[in-house]
Design a protein around this ligand. Structure first.
Ligand code: SF4
Length: 368
């Protein structure tokens, strides 16, 4: 995905530090230019191999060297992965992300099994993403040929702060994998985590790191740290929701076409806080009561929130949902099939209301 504008760190910092109401308003406007503001992609994250990772990411309970309470598991059987994905699809997910706690992908039996998983999920007409650690260009190409759409590899934070978080690999190793992924036909999913003790400068540095890639990532997850007992970050304070909103809004403005994903940490956020994140340009959440190893709101809770806010899950993410902007600056969604949804209203009632709104607008135009 092209980077349309060259940003300086100061420009991005100025955006991040704007009065919050201005920032949210600006981000919401950018969001409406490229995305349908009423659609949220619901994604299911399946941990296909849990724990025992040789890396030392300071936030991660899956690192073998930390004493955490997670249940370790070998690679999940294919039928189990497909069954979980099927169940997720039936509750509104259109995307599956498979995560394996590996340092890097190694060719062999396990990788062959992952390839079969990708083929199976892709045949279910779901968007498929994997996060398996470092990959070579050949491995990325094999995944793409099996039907994978996205590869996730987060840069986590700024290049400067990276060594405070992880010592077993460097920031440039991350970039190398992202470039390997980019050379295949896969789309790139890469973002970061806030609340790890980093400064605002580091948050902006993370965005600068993404801007330095040859192309902007099509997908950018923003995670709020979930401090887990036994990890070096267990004592970190929960990051304020206002910081999460600022980070999402800034990411939305700097990467207008990318999907910005409100990822880990939603259990720490109020419904109102999450609503502000959607307003500021987040258009994806992870569903299910567990996100790899940390707690996450249940499906019912999310659907209640969607109903309350008038949001609906994306059936299948389009690359760039076109949204026309009317002369009076109100968004007019190009896809006429999109259902207007208001809490407490049936779809029929919403459609009727939409028809009525059209008539009122037409009359107003004629009277002008
Ligand atoms: S984040 Fe990934 S690479 Fe780092 S310790 Fe956890 S599983 Fe391993």
């Amino acid at each position: 995905m092209e980077n349309n504008k060259t940003w300086t760190k100061e420009e991005i910092l100025n955006i991040y530090n704007k009065p919050l109401m201005e920032l949210i308003f600006d981000a919401a406007q950018v969001h409406r230019l490229h995305h349908d503001p009423l659609k949220i992609q619901v994604s299911k994250l399946i941990s296909i191999k849990t724990g025992g990772c040789p890396e030392d990411c300071g936030y991660c309970p899956q690192a073998a060297r930390y004493h955490t309470n997670i249940e370790k598991n070998d690679l999940m059987p294919l039928n189990e992965v497909l069954a979980k994905a099927e169940a997720a699809k039936n509750t509104g997910s259109s995307r599956v992300c498979m995560g394996a706690a590996w340092r890097n992908v190694q060719d062999g039996k396990d990788f062959d099994q992952v390839i079969e998983m990708v083929k199976g999920l892709s045949a279910m007409n779901m968007e498929v993403c994997c996060t398996l650690g470092m990959v070579t260009e050949n491995q990325a190409t094999r995944l793409a040929e099996a039907g994978l759409h996205y590869y996730n590899h987060n840069i986590d934070t700024s290049e400067e702060y990276y060594k405070e978080v992880i010592s077993t690999r460097g920031f440039n190793d991350r970039i190398k994998t992202l470039e390997n992924v980019r050379k295949s036909s896969l789309k790139v999913c890469s973002g970061g985590i806030i609340g790890m003790g980093e400064t605002v400068n580091d948050r902006i540095g993370m965005l600068m790191g993404l801007l330095k890639l040859s192309e902007a990532p099509e997908s950018i997850p923003i995670n709020a740290l979930v401090p887990v007992e036994g990890t070096p970050m267990e004592e970190q304070e929960i990051v304020p929701i206002w910081d999460v909103v600022r980070m999402i809004a800034t990411t939305r403005i700097v990467f207008p076409k990318s999907t910005v994903r409100l990822s880990a940490g939603r259990m720490q956020m109020s419904k109102e806080g999450q609503a502000l994140c959607f307003m500021a340009g987040a258009s994806s959440i992870f569903a299910g009561d567990k996100l790899l190893t940390t707690p996450n709101p249940g499906d019912n809770e999310d659907m209640q929130l969607f109903n309350l806010l008038g949001l609906t899950p994306t059936e299948k993410m389009k690359d760039e949902t076109k949204v026309k902007i009317r002369k009076d600056n109100l968004p007019l969604i190009a896809d006429e099939k999109i259902k207007w949804s208001r809490p407490g209203h049936s779809i029929e009632k919403n459609l009727k209301a939409a028809e009525k709104a059209k008539t009122i607008r037409k009359t107003a135009k004629e009277n002008n």
